[in-house]
Design a protein around this ligand. Structure first.
Ligand code: ADP
Length: 263
C-alpha cells in the first residue's frame, strides 16, 4: 500500500555484478526448462556462481530437473534457497499456498515474483538464470519490470510454426527494452544408430527466429546454438542430474557448453 517500501531486488542495485538471463519460449514443450538447467550446470562447471530461479508458476519443473531435495528455509527476513549441483535453486512453486516453507504474502503473481526475487538470499552470484513460463504473458512483463537488465534467451524448435510463436515471445523486448542475448534451437536433429541424422521437427526454426528478431529489434540477435534430440537429456531431467554433468562428452552437452560460453 501507500507508504510501504518496495522490496529491494539486489540484482538492480548499481553495484550488482550479476548477469541475469531470462529463458523464454513461445510455447511449452520446446525444452526451455531442460536447457535452463543444463546451461546453468554448464556455467557452474566453469566455476561460476550460479542461481536458478523457476518463474514458471504453472509448470514449475526446475527443482525436479536439478534433483533439489530440500525446501527453502527462513533465516530472519531472508529465504535461504536449497542447493543442487553447487547452484542455488528457487521455484515460485515454493511460494504458493499449500507450501508451508514460505508464506504467501500477496494474491498477485507480480508481487509474489517481486518477493521471490527480493527475499531470497542469493549471495554474490555471477549469473542468475530465470526460467519463464511459455508465451508472452504477465510473468514475462513482470520480469521485465522487476529485472529490467535481464537479457532474454529465446528457445525454439526447428519447426516453422514454433518459430513464429517464439518470435512473438522474443519481440516482447521491443516493448520492455530488454536486451536479447540470442536464440537457441532445440531438438534440431536426432542421430540414428548408423550415425545418420534425421530432422523430425524440420529445420530452420532457429535461424528464422534469429533473423526475424534481428529485424524486430534492429540489432544483431545471434543463433547461439542447436541442440540435438537425445533421450538422455530427458532422463537427466527425470533423475535430477543434468546431461552436461552425467555425460559431458555427449554431443548435446558440448552444444550446451558452447551456448553457455557465449552468454
Ligand atoms: P519446456 O520447458 O519448454 O516446457 P521441457 O524442458 O519441459 O520443455 O522439455 C519438454 C520435454 O522434452 C521434456 O520431457 C524434456 O525432457 C524433453 N526434451 C527437451 N529437450 C530435449 C532434447 N534435446 N532431447 C530429448 N528430449 C528433450
Amino acid at each position: 500500500g501507500p507508504g510501504q517500501a518496495e522490496p529491494v531486488i539486489p540484482f538492480n542495485l548499481p553495484e550488482s555484478r550479476t548477469r541475469v538471463f531470462a529463458i523464454a519460449s513461445g510455447k511449452g514443450g520446446v525444452g526451455k526448462s531442460s536447457l535452463t538447467v543444463n546451461i546453468a550446470a554448464a556455467m557452474a562447471q566453469k566455476g561460476l556462481s550460479v542461481g536458478v530461479a523457476d518463474a514458471d508458476i504453472y509448470g514449475h519443473s526446475i527443482p525436479r530437473m536439478l534433483g533439489v531435495e530440500g525446501a527453502p528455509t527462513q533465516v530472519e527476513d531472508m529465504i535461504m534457497p536449497p542447493q543442487a549441483h553447487g547452484m542455488k535453486v528457487i521455484s515460485i512453486g515454493m511460494f504458493t499456498p499449500g507450501n508451508t516453507a514460505v508464506v504467501w504474502r500477496g494474491p498477485m503473481l507480480h508481487r509474489a515474483l517481486q518477493q521471490f526475487l527480493a527475499d531470497v538470499y542469493w549471495g554474490d552470484l555471477d549469473v542468475l538464470l530465470l526460467d519463464l513460463p511459455p508465451g508472452t504473458g504477465d510473468i514475462a512483463i513482470s520480469v521485465a519490470q522487476l529485472l529490467p537488465t535481464a537479457e532474454l534467451v529465446v528457445v525454439t524448435t526447428p519447426q516453422q510454426a514454433a518459430a513464429e510463436v517464439a518470435e512473438r515471445a522474443g519481440a516482447i523486448v521491443t516493448q520492455t527494452h530488454q536486451k536479447l542475448a540470442g536464440v537457441v534451437e532445440n531438438m534440431s536433429w536426432m542421430e540414428l544408430p548408423d550415425g545418420s541424422h534425421v530432422e523430425p521437427f524440420g529445420s530452420g526454426g532457429g535461424k528464422t527466429v534469429a533473423a526475424a528478431l534481428t529485424r524486430d529489434v534492429g540489432a544483431d540477435v545471434p543463433l547461439l546454438g542447436q541442440i540435438p534430440l537425445d533421450p538422455r537429456l530427458r532422463e537427466g531431467g527425470d533423475s535430477g542430474i543434468p546431461l552436461v554433468i552425467s555425460d559431458p562428452d555427449a554431443e548435446a552437452s558440448r552444444a550446451i557448453r558452447a551456448i553457455a560460453d557465449q552468454l
